[in-house]
Ligand binder design. Structure first.
Ligand code: PBG
Length: 330
């Protein structure tokens, strides 16, 4: 006979805190978090970002302090993004190739101060270009694929030489994962990982990030000729399949919460490490709802991060990383 009410009461295991903990199907720990950080030139500089309340750009000394904080909180990895001074931005984004650019200096400083903290660097040209696109544009403003990939290879090598542990191409050019892997192997950088932003959508949720890296006002047009159409899911699976075949160690889905269906499908299909980026607009939306009195920050932060774990993620990039790690460690 099938067990059914009243023999079976699913509320029974929920009736006390110890039992809820015992029956939890998913765990969230600080080790599931990657903390994105914005770097700015100078010393002792902290610049709050208005559209990302609670998040600042830090000069390298502040970035190192954040790295120590991450280490102390049990966060395994930080992700770095530079705010490039206007005079260093060019049409071709060549500052990305400078071995002494802000990213490389910050990477070296972190690896020196906190050697066992992972450093993930973003491979894309948008912080360095005068037009705000992730690659090289032709006269019509079209982002060129192969010419861009050539520069991205140089950028990834530049970051790896500075000590990056994971290079994360966020540009969505075709074929770049295989080319970057080949170039890293050619240098003997066998253990530098590639986390591919494999399914990255052309999204309205990136606005505050573009403020943070100073590309928002510069961006000509949109990124729809390279980032994915949010109507598509099968195409995300094709993107992931290609990046894995080219040598990606892990793949990312971005943005996060509006794309949980993609995360589930990628995880079920490929059984590889999947990461989500809970992006700037998601962070801002959550903070706005807290500011409006609509919800409790701590509860919302943990619930949203748990959703990524439940969907199958190995980890999440989130601006709430330090806050969440504090809550989880308490
Ligand atoms: C660009 C890049 C973006 C983000 C990470 N890398 C923005 C974009 O594609 O325009 C967005 C992250 C966020 O919104 O938090 N290479």
């Amino acid at each position: 006979m099938n067990a059914a009410y009243p023999a079976l009461r699913l509320r029974r295991t929920r009736a006390s805190s110890w039992s809820r903990r015992l029956h939890a199907e998913t765990v969230l720990t600080p080790a599931d978090l990657i903390w994105p950080l914005f770097i700015v030139e100078g010393e002792g500089v902290e610049q709050p970002i208005a559209s990302l309340p609670g998040v600042s750009r830090w000069s390298i000394d502040g970035i190192v302090a954040r790295a120590r904080e991450a280490r102390a909180l049990g966060i395994p990895c930080v992700a770095l993004f530079p705010y490039t001074p206007a005079h260093l931005k060019t049409e071709d984004g060549r500052e990305a190739l400078n071995p002494d650019n802000l990213m490389c200096r910050a990477t070296r400083a972190i690896k020196h101060a906190v050697p066992d903290l992972g450093v993930l660097t973003d491979v894309a040209l948008d912080p360095y270009t005068t037009h705000g696109h992730d690659g090289l544009v032709d006269a019509a403003g079209y982002v060129l694929n192969d010419a861009t990939a050539d520069v991205l290879i140089g950028q990834a090598l530049n970051q790896a030489r500075a000590g990056a542990d994971i290079v994360a191409p966020s540009d969505m050019m075709d074929g770049r994962i295989g080319m970057i892997r080949g170039a890293l192997e050619g240098e003997g950088a066998h253990n530098v990982q590639i986390m591919s932003y494999a399914a990255k959508y052309a999204s309205g949720f990136y606005g505050p990030f573009r403020d943070a890296v100073g590309s928002r006002g510069l961006l000509k047009g949109d990124k729809k000729t390279y980032q994915m159409d949010h109507a598509n899911a099968e195409e995300a699976l094709r993107e992931v399949a290609l990046d894995l075949a080219e040598g990606a160690d892990s793949v990312m889905v971005k943005p996060g919460l509006p794309y949980l269906d993609i995360i589930v499908r990628v995880k079920q299909r490929f059984e590889v490490p999947v990461f989500a980026y809970q992006v700037s607009g998601e962070y801002a939306m959550l903070e706005a709802s807290v500011a409006a009195g609509a919800g409790d920050r701590d509860a919302l932060v943990i619930e949203t991060l748990m959703a990524f774990k439940r969907a199958g993620c190995s980890g999440v990039l989130t601006y709430h990383a330090a806050h969440a790690a504090r809550l989880l460690g308490a």
